[in-house]
Design a protein around this ligand. Structure first.
Ligand code: ZN
Length: 363
């Protein structure tokens, strides 16, 4: 019904930079005076004290809640029960990806607002209203939607550069695909995550995102290896967290993200990082778009520079059987985003494109 409306959603406030964590208290005070901090044991050990002290400096009472590491409905219910005792005005979700999502899930259960603090720039979950629930065998169960976007997003670049390099690369992968997915979603009349059409602002953000990555990602990665925060790091983190997140949520998704349904269900690829899965899947999308060899070679040259995958072997499945390729293709078609494409696709088309990607890489 909202397909004819254009909707653009975004966090209330986005704060990024070296020392952002220590400086966030003022902004959080505008959200409330009581909060719970949802994070796993490792993250609590590393950053729990700093977060509690940034809160208390601004007169906010913050109670840490240890998250088990798996976002199952049972774990969310357990955390929500504990959180209710603290009657928070808002929830803080902190971590590499799951901690942020766990915070969103708890906030959704309590129907209160959320602030997110990513400890790695490995994906764009911090800015979006959605979170993913899994069953106890880590199979995707469902995507949850909070009623509103995160109230505050705090990205401390001094923290983000201390995360493993592969997580930074995964963030680049999650972001590099958005320009192509949003273009397909818009051109095919698909809906964004708000169930509406895209504003041009969302499209523009994904273009800025891609341009930034192509220009600055190599230098940013070199700085991250030395745990240094440079202008390139700041620009790339803004691209991977803010531009990418706003771009997909308000622009819509297509084949690259649809493929995570298939890739997460097969041995090997299921353990690859989300950003690496979608980066590989973009190559499949580009094959389906019938892009020229020169275009694909240019993208692959960038992938090689920043360590993104060029084949199934690079995401854990070097010896894929025909049955596994077909299973990934079939899984892909179960995602609603698979319909956001310039022509109607069948599982067979996905499988053929996957084979073309393997052949391209092997030539
Ligand atoms: Zn993603």
């Amino acid at each position: 019904m909202t397909g004819t409306l254009r909707i653009f959603g975004a966090p209330g406030r986005y704060i990024q930079g070296a020392g952002a964590l220590a400086a966030m208290g003022e902004t959080l005070r505008g959200v409330g005076s009581r909060t719970v901090l949802v994070a796993d044991r490792a993250v609590l050990g590393l950053f729990g004290e700093a977060i509690v002290s940034a809160c208390s400096g601004a007169g906010i009472r913050c109670e840490p809640l240890e998250f088990s590491g798996e976002i199952t409905p049972e774990e969310v219910a357990r955390l929500a029960t504990l959180a209710r005792h603290a009657s928070p005005d808002f929830v803080i979700g902190c971590g590499g990806g799951r901690g942020v999502d766990a915070g969103k899930a708890v906030a959704d259960a309590l129907k209160c607002r959320v602030a997110t603090i990513p400890t790695a720039a490995s994906n764009d979950a911090p800015t979006s209203k959605i979170y993913v629930l899994y069953d106890s065998s880590h199979r995707l169960l469902r995507v949850g939607h909070m009623s509103s976007s995160p109230e505050v997003v705090v990205v401390d670049t001094e923290i983000v550069v201390t995360a493993p390099e592969s997580l930074f690369t995964a963030g680049i992968g999650d972001a590099v695909v958005k320009k192509f997915e949003v273009a397909q979603c818009v051109a095919s009349g698909g809906r964004n995550i708000f169930g509406a059409s895209a504003c041009r602002a969302a499209v523009a953000l994904t273009e800025l995102c891609y341009e930034t990555l192509r220009k600055d990602a190599v230098a940013a990665l070199a700085a991250v290896r030395q745990r240094r925060v440079t202008d390139e790091v700041e620009r790339v983190v803004e691209a991977t967290v803010l531009h990418s997140g706003l771009g997909f949520e308000s622009g819509g998704l297509s084949i690259s993200h649809a493929m995570t349904r298939g890739l997460s269900a097969v041995r090997g690829t299921r353990d690859a990082l989300h950003g690496h899965q979608v980066a590989y899947a973009l190559l499949v999308q580009l094959a389906l778009e019938r892009r020229s060899r020169a275009f694909v070679d240019d993208v692959l040259a960038f992938y090689a520079q920043v360590g993104l995958p060029a084949s199934l072997g690079d995401i854990g499945l070097p010896d894929a059987t025909a049955g596994e390729v077909d299973a990934i293709a079939a899984g892909t078609m179960t995602a609603p985003h698979a319909r956001h494409f310039e022509r109607e696709l069948e599982a067979r088309d996905i499988a053929d494109a996957m084979r073309a990607v393997e052949a391209h890489g092997a030539r």
